[in-house]
Write a new protein. Structure first.
Length: 313
């Protein structure tokens, strides 16, 4: 078994992280994925270097077996999506809470040194001030946000009670190649880009003035690697964002400019559980983890758009 385990490693963010680990010389990486939202093809050219264990993190025995001999675990497996957690709360609860507990428990019992946990910016809810700082009181507005916050609490408790080194990274609206645009719960940029390339109008939920700190997937993968190595950070929570924010209206405008087209969006009712504004304070992540995002929003949009274009048949 390899020293690195990535849960959810066949997913959009996980498969990027697997590539980053291999590029940095990991040799082999073990992936645990039930292929519910992940896809084996996401691992395409790196597949020979991956031990893919098709298992659900709700299955403790499978998780424990996969972690034998692991030194570092990246826990990214989850049922993402705020609206999905509202319309179908049981699977997201059991995967995101029970499954996460299984991952920490198996990591502690197998003697792994560290677990980097994919937490979520949704934990903040609507704060009075921007940017959002880790010291602010969390105010989850959806089951998904509450579940991801519970994972942080477990991460902290597994450190204090069992000595497992855990680091929670609050991901801020990650986007990039391999994000699946085909589900009703897909991330907004994957939906916007496929609409743009198909010359269709996107639907914007609400007035489009809500804002997000969109973070390019490779920057998040790099931060995961840094969090797996940094000293003096066990038990802590860090923002994994860019420090910027763009409204949906601005974002759609920018995409139209890049593509040289004009397509007016359709506006629909606001979505339940939605946070209004999201922007990370990156001070702590820069200071303690060496966070250094490389991709400007425009660069990330262009790269992602090219990827979706290359996938069109
Ligand atoms: C939330 C978290 C994010 C997490 C993600 C997991 C916040 C601020 N962010 O993302 O960190 O990774 O859950 O799923 O809580 N929208 C449209 N049209 C569409 C699709 C979406 O207007 O077709 C709108 C949504 O209503 C929302 C925004 O776009 O206002 C972003 O939505 P989405 O991409 O689903 O992510 P969040 O729910 O913000």
């Amino acid at each position: 078994m390899s020293r690195y385990v990535v849960t959810g490693g066949a997913g959009f963010i996980g498969s990027t992280l697997v590539r980053s680990l291999l590029a940095e010389g990991a040799g082999r990486v073990t992936v645990i994925d039930n292929l519910l939202t992940g896809k084996e093809e996401n691992l395409a050219e790196v597949r020979p270097s991956v031990d893919l264990i098709k298992a659900d993190i709700r299955d403790y025995d499978a998780v424990a077996q996969a972690m034998r001999g692991a030194a570092v675990v990246f826990h990214l497996a989850a049922i993402p999506s705020v609206p999905r957690s509202i319309s179908d709360p049981v699977p997201s609860h059991t995967v995101n809470i029970d499954g996460t507990f299984n991952v920490f428990r198996a990591a502690a019992e197998s003697g792994a040194r560290r677990v980097v946990y994919a937490a979520s910016s949704s934990a903040y809810g609507d704060t009075e001030m921007l940017p959002k700082v880790e010291t602010m009181l969390p105010r989850p507005k959806s089951p998904y946000a509450a579940q991801k916050l519970m994972g942080e609490y477990y991460a902290s408790v597994f450190h204090s009670c069992y000595g497992l080194e855990t680091v929670s990274l609050r991901f801020f609206n990650v986007y990039g190649p391999r994000q699946d645009p085909s589900s009703p719960y897909s991330g907004v940029l994957s939906v916007f880009m496929t609409a743009l390339l198909g010359r269709r109008a996107p639907t914007i939920f609400g007035d489009g003035e809500q804002s997000r700190d969109f973070t390019y997937v490779e920057d998040v993968a790099q931060l995961c690697l840094k969090a797996s190595r940094a000293g003096g950070v066990a038990g802590q929570v860090y923002n994994a964002g860019n420090g910027n924010r763009y409204t949906l209206n601005e974002t759609w405008r920018q995409l139209q400019e890049i593509e040289g087209v004009r397509i007016d969006p359709v506006y629909g009712p606001p979505r339940a559980g939605d946070v209004r504004d999201s922007q990370a304070d990156t001070t702590a992540a820069v200071r303690d983890l060496g966070h250094a995002p490389r991709f400007s929003f425009e660069e990330g949009l262009r790269r992602t758009l090219e990827w979706y274009r290359s996938r069109r048949t």
